[in-house]
Unconditional design. Structure first.
Length: 239
């Protein structure tokens, strides 16, 4: 889809306003596995920031409207990562945005992975899920023995929790001293891991053969997945 220059400029302005807000203050953990995103509270704060800009009123209104799409994108990101992080929340998360108003998931993941103030085991899991080989090795080497043992001993809560298997398999790979993940015998076919909301938008999909890419995208598209995940698959299938 070709966007107008005005649309691109409005999106850029809206992302700059969002990046000036501490989103973590409006993210609330609930129960054991879910994160409630109470972004409705942000509306008056965001509107106040937009209205303080030295811009014509019509432009301010358009930026405010554009921010609704960005809010939905943020909600989708938290939804896709809720099982991975449970009650643990990164503070703060500075999302990296693409020009089309979508979160750049790989760059955002790298930003979190490189954040020294974040829990190293969570950063390691993020590196595994996004299939970032050098980061997994680096963080594994930096982790103390207790953190390594805790991760290795962690039991999977869901049989179909693909990100959990990804983390476990990366740990096995690192413990075995495998130099190249492509030479490691993973517990499942590589395309299988991509049938998960976070993993499919990471680095692994691009490493698959064209046939396996197509298989993973088709399986997600025809299965029960959120619309935004299916939308991503469709964009890849028609690219």
């Amino acid at each position: 889809m070709i966007r107008s220059l005005e649309w691109l400029a409005l999106t850029k302005s809206a992302t700059l306003v969002y990046n000036d807000i501490e989103l973590s203050e409006h993210i609330k953990p609930t129960a054991n596995y879910f994160i409630s995103v109470d972004l409705e509270e942000l509306d008056p704060i965001l509107k106040k920031k937009v209205w303080s800009l030295d811009l014509p009123l019509i432009i301010k209104k358009k930026i405010t409207f554009q921010m609704r799409q960005l809010k939905r994108e943020i909600e989708n990101w938290y939804c896709d990562h809720k099982l991975m992080f449970k009650n643990y929340l990164f503070r703060p998360i500075k999302f990296v945005w693409k020009g089309n108003g979508k979160i750049d998931r790989l760059k955002t993941a790298r930003s979190i992975i490189e954040c020294k103030s974040c829990d190293i085991s969570k950063r390691f899991q993020m590196a595994c899920v996004y299939w970032l080989e050098e980061d997994t090795k680096k963080l594994w080497d930096e982790m103390n023995e207790t953190a390594r043992r805790d991760l290795s001993a962690k039991r999977l809560s869901y049989i179909e929790c693909r990100w959990g298997y990804a983390v476990k398999d990366w740990i096995t790979l690192l413990e075995d001293g495998v130099a190249d993940w492509r030479k490691h015998s993973f517990s499942h076919p590589l395309f299988w891991y991509c049938e998960e909301e976070a993993i499919i938008q990471g680095n692994l999909l691009q490493q698959l053969s064209p046939d396996d890419q197509s298989r993973a995208l088709r399986n997600v598209f025809k299965d029960i997945f959120p619309q935004h995940t299916k939308g991503f698959c469709l964009s890849q299938m028609t690219a």
